[in-house]
Design a protein around this ligand. Sequence first.
Ligand SMILES: [Zn+2]
Length: 284
Amino acid sequence: MLLATIVLVAPGRLRPVPELPEVESARQVLMGALDRVIRGVDDNDEWVCRPHPPGEIARALVGGRLVAAHRRGKTMWCETAARDGTPGPHLGVHLGMGGRLVVSDGDGERGGGEPERPDRTPRKPEWDRFTIVFADGGTLRLFDKRRLGRVRLEPDLSVLGPDAETIGRDEFRTRVARSGAPVKARLLDQGVLAGVGNLLADEILWQAAVRPAAPADELDGPTLDRLHAAMGRAIASAIANGGVHTGEVIPFRHADASCPRCGARMTHGKVGGRTTWWCGREQG
Ligand SMILES: [Zn+2]
């Protein structure tokens, strides 16, 4: 366990945790599971499917279909329809710290969520924590080695702020600046806005040249607007390029690295309880 912990935090070897862009790629994969008749559901993992006992999600879905796939922040949910077309319960899916959705059909399979790496241990069937089998023989699987993902009916979205990809400039200003907490902590707070994790937050703050520990309520309007714009660009770029690990400053989040923009030394510390890297000159 100790060894695993060391590997997780070793510089440059940080496992990417699904943030908004990874979850959006999983949602797009989920679109391939829509409008297919559900023949069976394996919901036997009582931890991943809590609070549902085994069989409860299956009873709600078998015979019906998933009809729409939505996302807010890092939470996805599907609208469902029963056999006769009447609306069924929402099916919530959260990728946790390393989950991946895999959808298969006659043409093969597509995955989305945590980026796959060529050196990864081969997939073990027991790491499929939740599976839907369609009448056409294809499947939807939540592959999650770490078992921190979650599947549940009627997920509670009321605890989430607006989605980081779509929040407007004025609402961003108001929500982020409502407290004197470090601005990075405000960006990470899923109740303020939903979808930004640790890497994306560092990328946004670096792009906007804002000090991560600056009290949010002391930032002026133009600075907040710059952050909002940087967030929009960072999210769009990460979605287009395959994940938050493709951010411009992400490869420079380690000791002895220099800022890729100005050449000053990169600095690090804990902000909002998370390991944070920033440019010692532009964000000092
Ligand atoms: Zn710099």
